[in-house]
Design a binder for this molecule. Structure first.
Ligand code: GLN
Length: 287
């Protein structure tokens, strides 16, 4: 099967099978052209090979494969990250986590940053690049070697210095202290019907689901963080739309201060934060 050869006709044909935005993204990818070219030069022609490839991508999209996997990349904070089956597709909500982290550490230096469950590396790499000289080190952990393959490739392509490690949350980081810890862990409840819908069907379950309430991994992370936080360290966790109260409680119970949640663009409390403070007089964490 192949699509019509001319860009304009190919686009129109695809739009009768899949969403118009997806059709444009796939056609730009196959024709290696900009969206402006598509609309400005609809009479340009695809090669035979391109029109066959386009038809196959449109069909794969029609049966549900995520556009990000079909084109092999997704933009995150204006940078392009390579993604594919085996790694979570970065979401726009997660961009907020970077912005909130940056806001909290302005003016500091020699920052030791940790990203837990880095996936394609978006958080670690964006923070490394945005913080630049303010950073002493960025460590990023993932249990999946497949995910780390993407992350390492992305850091290389984007010129970010990140120390990637394979491991289970904080296991293997004994003795390390951090000033900023971020994570977008799995947080969907096992059996949540969304797991059987849309892009999520194609993404790694290990990056999405986390126990009956979706809180198993967040609980593990918060518990394990304790001995890894330097005085003044910030912790920022992304979580599900209905988990902010629980995550704030976990952070407070772990002895963190300045605990709060941040709303995403849809008005949903999507990120919760806390800070580790040492009480100078007693040497204990301040509650
Ligand atoms: N926000 C994602 C979704 O439900 C879940 C990502 C995650 O579990 N970290 O679409």
């Amino acid at each position: 099967m192949s699509s019509p050869r001319l860009l304009g006709a190919a686009l129109e044909w695809a739009r009768s099978h899949i969403d118009a935005v997806d059709a444009r993204a796939l056609l730009c990818h196959v024709a290696a052209c900009s969206r402006a070219t598509l609309s400005g030069f609809p009479e340009r022609s695809l090669t035979d090979e391109q029109s066959a490839r386009f038809a196959s991508l449109v069909e794969r999209r029609r049966v549900g494969e995520p556009v990000a996997y079909l084109v092999g990349e997704r933009e995150f904070l204006s940078r392009r990250f390579r993604v594919g089956p085996g790694v979570l597709i970065p979401r726009p909500e997660t961009e907020l986590l970077v912005e909130e982290a940056l806001r909290r550490v302005v003016g500091r230096d020699r920052l030791r940053v940790l990203d837990l469950g880095t996936g394609s590396g978006v958080l670690a790499i964006s923070l490394a690049l945005e913080l630049g000289a303010m950073v002493e080190s960025v460590v990023a952990v993932d249990r999946s070697s497949e995910a780390l393959g993407y992350a390492v490739w992305n850091a290389g392509a984007l010129g970010a210095r990140v120390d990637f490690r394979q491991g289970d949350w904080l296991a293997g980081l004994e003795g390390y202290q951090f000033d900023l810890v971020v994570a977008n862990p799995p947080y969907v409840a096992d059996g949540d019907p969304h797991l059987a819908q849309g892009d999520l069907r194609f993404e790694p379950m290990s990056a999405l689901a986390s126990g009956p309430a979706g809180l198993d991994d967040i609980r593990l992370i918060v518990r394990a963080l304790d001995s890894h936080l330097a005085d003044g360290a910030w912790v920022l966790l992304e979580h599900g739309y209905d988990q902010a109260v629980d995550v704030r409680a976990l952070l407070s119970r772990a002895g963190l201060t300045e605990v709060a949640s941040v709303k995403d663009l849809a008005g949903i409390e999507r990120i919760s934060v806390g800070r580790h403070r040492i009480d100078v007089a007693s040497g204990k964490a301040v509650d």
